[in-house]
Design a protein around this ligand. Structure first.
Ligand code: GLC
Length: 484
């Protein structure tokens, strides 16, 4: 089958979050199964052009100009990456903004041009895709434009995070120069807004999201981000497929970022790595103390409000002051969380904070820790809990989205489970779940068993890729009702 992925980011060329990992890994898994896979992406200034060859040049009509663009292609493994060159991308330092907190003012025309270019590229090169698989709001207008351009390919739209919608004013919408269908807008006629994510949901043939639980949650008001009504209306075309992880990059037995390798049968390396990380993070080197960690964007979605800022004594402060534990927090994000973490670090020698985004640190800390805390308010899939389990680091997480689907709550009596889940998103529940973990840590045999179970769970891409394959087949045979 010919598959064209459309995304604003993909490893190994561009990345701001999990989306990039998923598109990169899914594409290679599908190509490995014998499909012909191309990934259509913007060619940002930071992508090295070496090895890319020019494949097409054409123009994209916008309101007051014909914008000249070029595509360049490079084969990596079995996947062909197609970069779209236009100053909107080639002249920019960032993906969505110079930093992730300052979006570019012209993101609307940037991703309009990107979406329109997909079909024009297919026409210019004669690429006949069976399925055009669009990811998140930046590719939301693609199914609409393909139909307008009379391209027959079926379309799939994957939601990686419903909260980011690409919401713009009607004046921004005019910049396309096209008369746009109402399906692309939200709100009443006199105050309607262009919403690129909604456009993708309303005009694609099939919708997926990155876990079965999130697929259900987003049909309700609490997690529906204002679009639950539409997801309910399209529930027969909505599927949840859990993400896999890249076992080559994330393998405790051969991780390139540390030498203290280990596996489910021999955990000596994990203990050595723990000592090394304790030392590097300025913590006391002790094997008997449970080491907790978090590696995360410091954002509200990730539960930092409940962890750091609610109540007179925050949940994290209670955990640090009432127990013999150590805690590492790594990440960048909101200043209010950074400030609070720094304040706690100054007060508690058992807390070590690093305001950085570093692959190396992420691998080392995942490997060294005993427990990994993920109190996300919502989590479409989440990748860190999968890395943790694979590294024998038991996750402690809010029972939501992909976290609920990939962590089996530990049953202390029956000695089953791979982590600790809590249901209510409340500081007390975070503290209680950590208390459970601290108690559990004392039972060395149970700990060993849970680690082994976690490490041997199957998070490879094979299973997920074959679920996507089934849906592509369904689309090709026209079995889903479609959304014509
Ligand atoms: C987004 C979601 C995350 C998911 C990732 C990849 O970043 O927030 O839960 O794992 O996309 O699908």
């Amino acid at each position: 089958m010919n598959i064209l992925m459309v995304t604003s980011e993909t490893v190994p060329f561009s990345k701001s979050g999990g989306l990039a990992d998923v598109v990169g890994a899914l594409s290679s898994a599908l190509a490995g199964e014998g499909h012909f896979v191309k990934v259509f992406m913007p060619m940002y200034s930071f992508i090295e052009e070496k090895g890319f060859k020019k494949s097409a040049s054409f123009s994209v009509p916008m309101i007051s100009s014909e914008e000249k663009v070029e595509t360049v292609e490079k084969k990596l493994g079995k996947v062909i990456y197609v970069g779209l060159k236009h100053p909107y991308f080639t002249d920019r330092k960032g993906i969505y903004g110079d930093t992730s907190f300052t979006p570019y003012a012209d993101n609307c025309p940037r991703f309009m041009l990107f979406a329109k270019a997909v079909g024009l590229y297919m026409k210019a090169t004669g690429f006949d895709a069976d399925c055009v698989h669009c990811h998140d709001w930046t590719a939301g207008l693609v199914p609409y434009y393909l139909k307008a351009q009379k391209i027959k390919a079926k379309t799939m739209f994957t939601i990686h995070n419903l909260a980011y919608q690409g919401d713009f004013s009607v004046y921004d919408a005019l910049l396309s120069g096209d008369v746009l269908s109402d399906k692309l807008f939200t709100g009443p006629v006199d105050s309607k807004r262009l919403n690129m994510l909604k456009a993708g949901l309303d005009t694609s043939d099939i919708i997926t999201t990155v876990s079965p639980t999130y697929a259900i949650e987003i049909q309700g008001e609490e997690f529906g981000c204002g679009l639950d009504w539409l997801l309910r209306a399209r529930k027969d075309d909505l599927y949840g497929i859990i993400n896999g992880i890249d076992y080559k990059e994330w393998n405790p037995g051969s991780d390139v970022y540390f030498e203290e390798h280990f596996n489910s049968r021999s955990l000596n390396g994990k203990a050595q790595l723990k000592a090394k990380v304790q030392k590097e993070f300025g913590l006391e080197v002790r094997e008997d103390v449970p080491l907790f960690s978090m590696i995360s964007r410091l954002a509200e979605q990730k539960g930092f409000g409940e962890l750091l800022l609610s109540g007179s004594t925050s949940a994290l402060e209670r955990i640090l002051s009432e127990n013999d534990v150590q805690f590492i927090v790594v990440g960048t994000g909101d200043q209010r969380y950074v400030d609070k973490l720094n304040e706690l670090q100054a007060k508690y020698p058992n807390l070590s904070v690093r305001i950085v985004f570093s692959n190396k640190i992420a691998h080392m800390v995942e490997g060294a820790s005993d427990f990994f805390l993920m109190p996300s308010r919502y989590e479409p899939c989440g990748l860190n809990q999968l890395y943790s389990e694979h590294y024998g680091t038991l996750p402690i997480a809010h029972k939501t989205g992909g976290l609920a689907d990939t962590i089996q709550d530990i049953n202390e009596k029956e000695l089953k489970g791979t982590g600790f889940l809590f249901s209510a998103m409340h500081p007390d529940d975070i503290v209680k779940a950590c208390d459970r973990a601290i108690d559990f840590y004392k039972n060395k045999e149970a700990l060993k068993r849970a680690r082994k179970l976690a490490m041997t769970m199957d998070f490879t891409w094979n299973k997920s890729a074959s679920e996507y394959e089934k849906l592509y087949n369904k689309l090709a045979q026209g079995k889903n009702g479609g959304n014509k």
